[in-house]
Design a protein around this ligand. Structure first.
Ligand code: ZN
Ligand code: ZN
Length: 139
């Protein structure tokens, strides 16, 4: 089963050869910027077999977890599309809103709930983590 998606304007299209490994909602401060205040729902895919058409712009920053993240977005419409840690090139995160079928991105849990505003929605029936799950502590 392949999974396809695109940015809002359609200039960037992408495809993965297999369904996501997992999906989760992230309340980290970075995601709040990128999703207009809400938690961002992100699907994690294996990079292998990833196909991209169109031109993306990139912004590199350090995440709250300490990881250096490469974030790619459409330079025409600004849709955030992909992110991956430079330490983990084998997997990448895709913003679920960019999938042609967002139903594939049902979150299995919430992360960085400690950064959510007091009105922020967290599903108490799912696994929740106040920060980065399984974070490697860095000096
Ligand atoms: Zn676009
Ligand atoms: Zn986040």
């Amino acid at each position: 089963m392949s999974v396809t998606g695109r940015c809002f304007c359609g200039a960037v299209r992408f495809e993965f050869g297999q369904p996501p490994l997992a999906a989760r909602a992230c309340w980290c401060r970075d995601c709040q910027y990128l999703s207009s205040g809400n938690a961002s729902v992100n699907a994690i895919f294996r990079t292998e077999g990833f196909r991209l058409s169109g031109t993306v712009a990139e912004y590199v920053s350090q995440a709250d977890s300490g990881a250096t993240m490469r974030r790619r977005f459409c330079p025409t419409c600004g849709t955030p599309l992909f992110a991956h840690s430079v330490d983990r090139p084998d997997v990448m995160v895709v913003r679920v809103g960019a999938l042609d079928d967002p139903a594939l991105g049902r979150p299995g849990g919430y992360i960085w709930t400690g950064s959510a505003p007091d009105w922020g929605h967290v599903d108490p029936t799912l696994e929740n983590c106040p920060g980065q799950p399984g974070a490697v502590r860095r000096g």
